[in-house]
Design a protein around this ligand. Structure first.
Ligand code: GDP
Ligand code: ZN
Length: 358
């Protein structure tokens, strides 16, 4: 263990490095490369944690030129293979290891370019405020993006101290997010914070996403407890006066969980595929097995089990409409040639799509 490593107290294992990752790294070690994890990024630099401590990373020319899209370059959360230059606290990044999960959005101004926000995240907390700004439709869109990337979603309705009818709101959220646990929390009073913390396992990486002002930073501060103020200083000294506007950061919680806090996640365009549409609406997938027509659009057909469920009050009209709207968008984009059909053996109708902004 190097001096810097002992100083920072961070090992690769603490950042989520596993025996499996180590095995997959064997061939790269033969090239004298070492593993590291990207913890921050700005326009020109990466901050990479390695067995030699925190290093300023640069992408090797070969990787830069061989990358066909920006999505293939290192992102926060990525495991990479690098050559360390510990004396200068620098590193040359040669390769990005295969990503276990990915949170992506559409690149602004381009039709189908994928922008990876963060990689190798296990859990995403979708935060909304428990007030009049609560928006179940927006919740559905976030959940699509998250499940698309292989990440487990949790819904956190914050500011429940301001909410007159928290049970009602929780029920609405549960209806919009049938596959995700829903927590009522308050960063102000501390309600629900322990339950939220218990969902974060040591060495697992989590993110908080949601509109600005819902209390993401406050929740992270709460989780971190008193130590957060000290961290802010460490973070700044890590970056040593380099551009700090667009960089993203990784926080180690007292229980060993890792929080990546990325300002860039606040606005996004959905980047999703139809498989996730099904994941987001499991009750409709179940209902439609009873539709008379296999290709039922659930809009006007006879013996449509989905329409019947709406008529009988077993499925809310909002859920039905929201499903139809997202499905229409996907179909429109497919016709307009803005989506790629999956060629990797996905289910029929699976495709990659970009959504218009909310
Ligand atoms: P972010 O933009 O999502 O990171 O939101 P912030 O954490 O900056 O919080 C936005 C505002 O909401 C701040 O004024 C917070 O003090 C306030 N806030 C955050 N959590 C709570 C809460 O649980 N209850 C109340 N009443 N206010 C909160
Ligand atoms: Zn139907």
């Amino acid at each position: 263990m190097s001096k810097t490593d002992q100083q920072s107290g961070l090992t690769l294992e603490a950042l989520g490095w596993t025996a499996e990752l180590e095995n997959s790294f064997a061939a790269l070690r033969e090239r004298q490369w070492v593993p590291g994890r990207v913890v921050a990024e700005d326009k020109h630099h990466y901050v990479v944690f390695s067995p030699h401590g925190a290093l300023t990373g640069r992408v090797a020319g070969r990787l830069l030129h061989s990358a066909k899209t920006p999505a293939e370059l290192p992102k926060v959360g990525d495991w990479v293979a690098l050559t360390p230059y510990p004396r200068e606290e620098k590193a040359l990044i040669h390769q990005v290891l295969p990503r276990q999960t990915v949170l992506s959005r559409k690149l602004p101004g381009r039709e189908t370019a994928e922008q990876v926000l963060v990689a190798n995240v296990a859990l995403a907390f979708v935060v909304q405020s428990a007030d009049e700004r609560f928006n179940p439709r927006l919740l559905e869109r976030y959940l699509l993006m998250i499940t698309e990337g292989g990440i487990r979603p949790v819904v956190a309705l914050n500011k429940c101290d301001l909410c007159a009818s928290p049970d009602e709101l929780a029920a609405q959220a549960a209806a919009a997010a049938p596959a995700a646990p829903v927590l009522m929390v308050s960063a102000k009073t501390g309600r629900g914070i322990r339950q939220l913390a218990q969902l974060i396992r040591p060495r697992e990486t989590v993110v908080f996403i949601g509109p600005s002002g819902v209390g993401k930073s406050s929740l992270i501060n709460r989780l971190y407890g008193e130590e957060i103020a000290a961290t802010a200083e460490v973070r700044e000294s890590d970056l040593k006066g380099r551009h700090t506007t667009a960089w993203r950061e990784l926080i180690v919680l007292p229980n060993g969980g890792l929080v990546i806090d990325t300002p860039g996640m606040r606005e996004f365009h959905l980047w999703t595929r139809a498989a996730s549409l099904r994941d987001a609406f499991p009750e409709i997938v179940e209902l439609e097995t009873a539709c008379k027509f296999t290709r039922c659009s659930h809009t006007a057909e006879k013996n449509c089990a989905v329409l019947a469920a709406v008529a009988q009050g077993r499925l809310s009209p909002e859920r039905h409409q929201s499903f139809l709207k997202l499905k229409r968008e996907l179909e429109y984009l497919e016709k307009a040639g803005r989506v790629r059909r999956r060629k990797d053996g996905g289910r029929p109708g699976d495709y990659l799509a970009s959504h218009p902004a909310e």
